[in-house]
Design a protein. Structure first.
Length: 78
């Protein structure tokens, strides 16, 4: 059984950022909201090697040397 949900009094800036996110993902506003909700309630599962690699690529890491320099810079900043 489906349930209708609504969000009242959403701030304009939040709505605009949500619209931009939906556009980046080629989704409607409704589709983007549903994707966010599904992701939020998905049960945690162990990360696969493909998941970890995808996260590293999103972070912009390409080589072990870059990884080491980022870690070193973080340590030096302390």
């Amino acid at each position: 059984m489906s349930v209708n949900l609504s969000i009242k009094n959403a701030p304009d800036d939040v709505v605009e950022r949500l619209r931009a996110r939906a556009e980046r993902h080629h989704r409607s506003l409704q589709g983007e909201l549903m994707a966010i909700i599904e992701d939020a309630v998905r049960e945690d599962r162990a990360a696969t090697p493909a998941d970890i690699l995808a996260e590293l690529r999103r972070a912009g890491l390409r080589t072990p040397r870059e990884s080491a320099s980022i870690i070193r810079a973080g340590r030096d900043a302390r």
